[in-house]
Design a protein around this ligand. Structure first.
Ligand code: FAD
Length: 416
């Protein structure tokens, strides 16, 4: 069924009896061409692009819980392509371009809102670094705009420009950045994939891989064995645990990241704003709540809940740039498990086991990557070679010394 304004109108006149479930609930078949493990944003977008771009239909996405129960439904919904390094920037710019046409493409309202993102600058050295980043963005075809403190004072008068420790000296805008309703992204991709014949199988946990003579021939699941010509893993924070079942040890650690939302307020924040002297990012949801987050908790865990010291740290970051946030009441907080790679950048690659593929290490930036990640993973699965914008996202890059260390922090997953 194609969604349109006319459809809503006609359904309204006929008692809304014609709507159908957005995806089927199929039982697993004994065999598929491709089994995708994990129905998060990346798994679902991979299935969608495999079906849409490569005409592949005999695909299953198996999910241990319910569709969208992982990080795709837990993130702070920020999209942007303001990266510096050549291994990252063209990939994220491709993703942003895919976001721009996504709702028309999969015929679903994902509330893509290019309301801008602003990275604040607090020192002269930081200004130079951000201008360099802006130039790298131009080279990849992205947009960037440097704003002085005077320009910002006119546009965002509520920020604390004269904080003695962290004065605001300007900021780097990406006006095409913004937010997208995260769970609608999962639903839209699921609907698009299902319509093209992909089986999305919920409550089906992968418990092992069938590997014979160095070749992966399928998966064991809580609903029985499923044979497959190719198995594509994308399980975000569970990457280490799942790939251990194939005997692999990844350059990834799992950490918890928290997010927070306040009570609904009148419109105050026009776009996304990030603190440059600490880790704090904030936007305002369409319901009015201020949605914000900061650093990971900093220790390895699989728990989807965080601890109070980070709540305090995040609140301090918010108070430093916009003290008025101290008057808003916190409504909810939650956590998600991050697959933190050693250099802060992701992997989309084959493994040394024939037929077994891996997508992960997205740290806390994987939501914005959802369209390009699915597109490039589908390309790798269908053609057997990496997509041109994802050639550096390889599992062996540490062995080769080709890190994509966007922050220049070295092999320190908790610092990226
Ligand atoms: C609090 C928070 C804020 C964030 N903010 C942002 C942001 O603003 N912008 C941004 O770009 N990114 C953000 N991120 C990161 C982003 O959400 C993730 O990088 C991205 O969602 C990960 O990819 P995914 O959607 O496929 O993961 P998930 O949705 O986690 O999907 C993985 C799926 O695999 C399933 N799975 C695990 N093990 C198995 C198994 N054995 N068998 C079957 N299925 C299994 C899980 O149940 C899960 O549904 C944030 C994350 C969090 C937690």
């Amino acid at each position: 069924m194609r969604y349109s304004a006319f459809k809503i109108f006609s359904q309204g006149l006929t008692g809304n009896k014609g709507w159908k479930p957005v995806w089927r609930e199929p039982d697993p078949k004994p065999e598929y061409d491709i089994v995708i493990v994990g129905a998060g944003g990346h798994g679902l977008s991979t299935a969608y692009y495999l079906a849409k771009e490569y005409g592949m239909r005999n695909i299953a996405v198996v999910e241990k819980g319910w569709l969208g129960s992982g990080n795709i439904g837990r993130n702070t919904t920020i999209i942007r392509s303001n990266y510096l390094l050549p291994g990252n920037e063209p990939f994220y710019e491709m993703s942003l371009k895919l976001w721009e046409g996504l709702e028309q493409d999969f015929n679903y309202n994902a509330m893509v809102s290019q309301r801008s993102i602003l990275n604040l600058v607090h020192s002269d050295a930081q200004r130079d670094a951000f201008i360099r980043r802006g130039n790298a963005m131009f080279l990849a075809g992205a947009d960037a705009e440097y704003a002085t403190a005077e320009q910002l004072r006119a546009e965002l008068p509520f920020l604390n420009y004269d904080n003695a420790r962290f004065p605001i000296k300007g900021g780097l805008f990406q006006r095409r950045g913004g937010t997208v309703r995260h769970d609608a992204v999962a639903w839209g991709y699921a609907r698009g994939a299902d319509e093209r014949g992909v089986d999305i199988i919920q409550n089906c946990e992968v418990t092992g891989f069938d590997i014979e003579n160095g070749k992966c021939r399928g998966v064991q699941t809580s609903r029985g064995a499923i044979r497959a010509k190719k198995v594509a893993v994308c399980v975000a924070g569970s990457s280490g645990r799942v790939m251990a079942m194939a005997g692999m040890r990844l350059p990834i650690e799992s950490h918890v990241l928290q997010a927070f939302v306040t009570e609904g307020l009148k419109p105050v924040l026009p776009g996304v704003i990030t603190f440059g002297a600490g880790h704090f990012y904030v936007s305002q949801s369409d319901k009015g709540g201020l949605v914000f987050g900061g650093d990971i908790d900093g220790y390895n865990t699989y728990a989807q809940r965080g601890n109070l010291p980070v709540v305090e740290d995040v609140a301090e970051g918010g108070m430093a740039i916009m003290p008025m946030i101290g008057r808003a009441r916190l409504l909810r907080s939650w956590g998600g498990i991050m697959d933190m790679s050693m250099d802060g950048s992701p992997f989309i690659d084959k493994t040394h086991i024939e037929g077994l593929f891996f997508n992960g290490g997205w740290c806390y930036g994987g939501f914005k990557a959802t369209p390009a990640s699915g597109f490039c993973y589908a390309h790798l699965l269908a053609k057997g070679e990496p997509h041109p914008v994802a050639t550096q996202m390889r599992l062996d890059r540490f062995k080769r010394g080709n890190l994509i260390d966007e922050k220049g922090q070295g092999n320190q997953p908790n610092l990226h």
